[in-house]
Design a protein around this ligand. Structure first.
Ligand SMILES: [Zn+2]
Length: 147
């Protein structure tokens, strides 16, 4: 048992800027010992997010937040209102936000609630926000969950 464990967890000494530092390596328990637990679950999380990126209820919410572009640039057909600051933006500058944060996915039990929040059917579960407002909201959420 001890031998197996010592293979997984290395305690190594690093010389960083001339100082001796003890660094505990996180064991790589997944994918033939190439991924840590947290890398494994973040892979699942990001593949789910990618799969449902163009989920229709979110696209409907996007349409509802749009109007014909008022810009002089004729190539821009539509613009989108940020639900938080109420300014108008081109498509590249807004993001579809889940009103209820999809949250973290750190273990198998997190998958089902994450997926349910990610794939809500009601377009009202989504809002369109500009990138700075989205960042603000995400930071606010992260600060809340830290406490
Ligand atoms: Zn905004």
């Amino acid at each position: 048992m001890c031998i197996i464990f010592s293979n997984l967890v290395h305690v190594s000494h690093f010389l960083i800027m001339g100082k001796k530092r003890k660094k505990i390596r996180v064991p790589r328990t997944r994918n033939a010992n190439t991924l840590t637990e947290s890398q494994y679950f973040s892979k699942i999380r990001s593949s789910l997010r990618n799969s449902f990126r163009y989920w229709k209820p979110g696209q409907i919410a996007l349409e509802r937040a749009s109007r014909p572009s008022q810009s002089k640039n004729k190539r821009l057909k539509k613009e989108y209102c940020c639900a938080i600051c109420k300014e108008w933006f081109k498509r590249a500058d807004v993001e579809i936000d889940h009103l209820e944060e999809c949250g973290s996915l750190k273990c198998y039990d997190d998958i089902v609630p994450f997926l349910k929040r990610l794939t809500k059917e009601n377009p009202n579960a989504y809002q369109i926000v500009c990138k700075p407002c989205h960042r603000g909201r995400t930071n606010e959420y992260l600060n809340k969950t830290k406490k």
